[in-house]
Design a protein around this ligand. Structure first.
Ligand code: AMP
Length: 376
């Protein structure tokens, strides 16, 4: 029996616990907001503080990147923390992420870092318009972002950027060229301490208002090869141990990295039913020093996120190839409440199933599903 302490007590820790049980890997979770150690499935407080939990754990890992630095420091000092603090910091700070990508020689959007008005003017000159501006710290799912389309809006946008910089003295803004991509894809893979790497098929992702709504595993060898090379460069440069996700823009078949996520990823949830070994099991295998499991796709699979709903009709449960995963969270507007993995024997059948599912789900709550299924 191995005991893994996960920093973060959300759905990703929950799904690690579910995947770890057959391997005799026991998970407890550190709820960063309350400071409690909790059971990842029931959220029941387990009663011991972080220091004791660190002592009792064989391995420590994380389910998200916005972890207070003091917590990260004590975990690092224990010598039990994987992937690495550097990887977590790169996932939580766009400045570190960008310089990591540059040093690993991995293509990403042209950018500049802004700390004051002079930097902003220089960034407009260097990066050009239109541009996308993102807070270096604390941004996720498209939050903490601005679009600057033309020179007439420079002053108005600057007012908002100046406010964000003033609110947090450690904050910077990263200005990025606007990338005219055709679609967004992501690659999830695992690396263990021996340097073995196992990579899943790419997923094609559809976002609605900056939030992932649909992910479909794709089989495109040339693109897969390109993404895998970038994955290896990033994972090896970080001496990464665990599951890592890279999000890309696909610009006419050329990939640019948009973001790295040093953890199991929403666009990898399809692996629970669509791959030989799911991403949660492979993360645990990697951090526990075990051999990695096969990442091969076993059938055509898509994942549909359930946002702001806490029930679906019985006909969804009755649909062949449909697997519903709830996170046990309190219902809130737009909140990720669960997901549905939809599996079929081939792409055409998957399209049929997704169309059937889109008829059973509320079109307002799942706006992307039908058009995305039609486009498959
Ligand atoms: P992010 O939080 O960086 O993943 O950005 C959220 C979404 O904004 C992405 O999924 C893209 O759809 C869009 N986006 C981010 N950066 C850019 C960019 N440089 N050019 C065009 N669209 C972008």
């Amino acid at each position: 029996m191995k005991h893994v302490l996960v920093l973060g007590a959300g759905q990703l820790a929950r799904m690690m616990a579910l995947a770890g049980a057959p391997l005799n890997i026991k998970i407890s979770a550190f709820d960063v907001n309350s400071g409690n150690i909790v059971h990842p499935l029931t959220q029941q407080v387990l009663g011991n503080g972080l220091t004791t939990a660190i002592e009792h754990a064989d391995v420590i890992t994380a389910e998200f990147e916005h972890i207070p630095l003091d917590v990260l420091d004590v975990c690092e000092k224990s010598g039990k923390f994987f992937p690495t603090t550097q990887a977590i910091k790169a996932g939580g700070d766009r400045r570190i992420e960008k310089s990591l990508l540059d040093s690993a020689q991995v293509k990403n959007a042209k950018y500049a870092v802004i700390n004051n008005r002079d930097d902003f003017d220089a960034a407009i000159e260097y990066v050009g318009l239109p541009m996308v501006l993102k807070t270096a710290l604390g941004g996720y799912d498209g939050k903490g972002q601005w679009r600057l389309k033309s020179a007439e809006h420079v002053d108005a946008v600057w007012c908002e950027l100046a406010q964000a910089l003033q609110d947090n003295p450690n904050q910077s803004i990263v200005a990025e060229e606007f990338v005219p991509f055709q679609r967004e894809v992501s690659l999830v893979g695992a690396r263990n301490a021996s340097g073995d790497i196992a990579i899943y098929p790419l997923a094609e992702n559809v976002h609605t208002d900056g939030v992932l709504t649909l992910s479909t595993a794709i089989d495109e060898p040339a693109l897969q090869q390109q993404a895998a090379t970038m994955f290896e460069a990033v994972a090896n440069s970080l001496q990464y141990v665990g599951v890592l996700a890279l999000e890309f823009f696909d610009v006419n078949g050329e990939l640019l990295v948009n973001e790295i996520a040093p953890r199991v990823h929403n666009s990898g949830h399809w692996t629970q039913q669509g791959a030989e070994t799911c991403q949660f099991e492979n993360h645990l295998r990697a951090v526990c020093g075990m051999p990695l499991g096969s990442t091969q796709a076993i059938r055509a699979t898509s994942m549909v996120n359930i946002l702001g709903e806490d029930q679906v009709s019985d006909s969804v449960y009755a649909l062949t190839g449909c697997h519903v995963h709830w996170y046990g969270k309190e219902k809130r507007r737009g909140r990720k409440m669960g997901h549905i993995n939809v599996c079929a024997h081939d792409k055409a059948a998957l399209k049929e199933s997704l169309l059937e599912l889109s008829e059973l789900l509320d079109a307002q709550a799942f706006p992307a599903l039908k058009p995305a299924a039609l486009a498959l």
